[in-house]
Design a binder for this molecule. Structure first.
Ligand code: HPA
Length: 269
């Protein structure tokens, strides 16, 4: 595994350089990376061992550039467990960005809103997570060069980064919601009964990504900020069926607010 990571790093380091902050851009949110200064984009296909991202709405580039004087490396699109990817593949990009020197991960996603105060189009800082995928990227022999066997997840999401994000949002004139993100295998959206179960378990929002990436980042000692775009109300909360087109449409609608939030966070960090 470490060899694969080393090979990938060698293939990109000359073009992207060292990174301070790593970003994972979820469904409909990838355009943010195009606004980085002096941006270089490397298609995943040109990076050894980097899994492609098969979902529409996910571009599949590693983009490096600067913003507010910080070196940012961003994944435009990610691999998901529901595509049949292994947990190790799902987190490969995060491990690569960490190996480029990033000490902070900002991970984003589109999610269904469960908590009653959430509305489609809201942005939510993730305060904690429920890994309900049934697996982990840390199953198997531990690679001690990446991190310890048993990883503390008490501060999976850095509370001071949540405060920074909330202040930036209020400066931009909107309230950043906060809540617990439940990550499921997918690829079906949930049934209404599953959504009621998730609410009882303490979830405020639900999606099909993020949780393993956060585990990989914490394993390697990165601080993590998670931001969800509430693209829809979870199944059974609003009338009518859910569709990926609606998810993308809402993410597109809030893209500029989301970009301002990210820019402000990078400045304030
Ligand atoms: N459920 C799971 N994943 C999602 C949802 C949802 O409602 N919306 C966006 N991603």
């Amino acid at each position: 595994m470490i060899t694969a990571l080393e090979e990938a790093k060698q293939a990109v380091i000359d073009r992207v350089g060292e990174a301070d902050v790593a970003l994972v851009l979820g469904s409909g949110l990838g355009a943010y990376a195009d606004g980085l200064e002096n941006a270089t984009a490397i298609p995943y296909a040109q990076i050894p061992h980097m899994p492609s991202s098969g979902v529409s709405g996910h571009a599949g580039n590693l983009v490096a550039g600067t913003r507010a004087g910080k070196h940012v490396v961003a994944m435009q699109g990610r691999a998901h467990l529901y595509e049949g990817r292994s947990p190790g593949d799902v987190v490969f990009g995060v491990r690569l960005m960490a190996s480029l020197g990033a000490k902070t991960l900002i991970v984003t996603n589109a999610a269904g809103g469960i908590a009653s105060e959430l509305e489609a189009g809201d942005l939510m800082a993730i305060t904690d997570q429920l890994n309900l995928t049934g697996t982990s990227c840390l199953v198997g022999p531990n690679d001690d060069s990446l991190g310890p066997r048993f990883v503390d997840m008490t501060q999976a999401f850095d509370s001071s980064l949540v405060e920074v994000a909330a202040e930036v949002a209020s400066g931009l004139g909107f309230e950043l919601r906060r809540g617990v993100y439940a990550g499921l295998l997918g690829p079906t959206y949930e049934t209404p009964a599953e959504v009621r179960m998730l609410r009882a378990l303490g979830a405020d929002a639900v999606g099909m990504s993020t949780v393993l990436e956060v585990i990989a980042a914490r394993h390697m000692g990165l601080r993590v900020l998670g931001l969800s775009c509430i693209s829809n109300l979870a199944a059974g909360i609003a009338d009518g069926p859910l569709s990926h087109d609606d998810v993308k449409e809402t993410a597109n609608r809030v893209q500029s607010r989301f970009a301002s939030l990210l820019a402000g966070i990078l400045e304030a960090m």
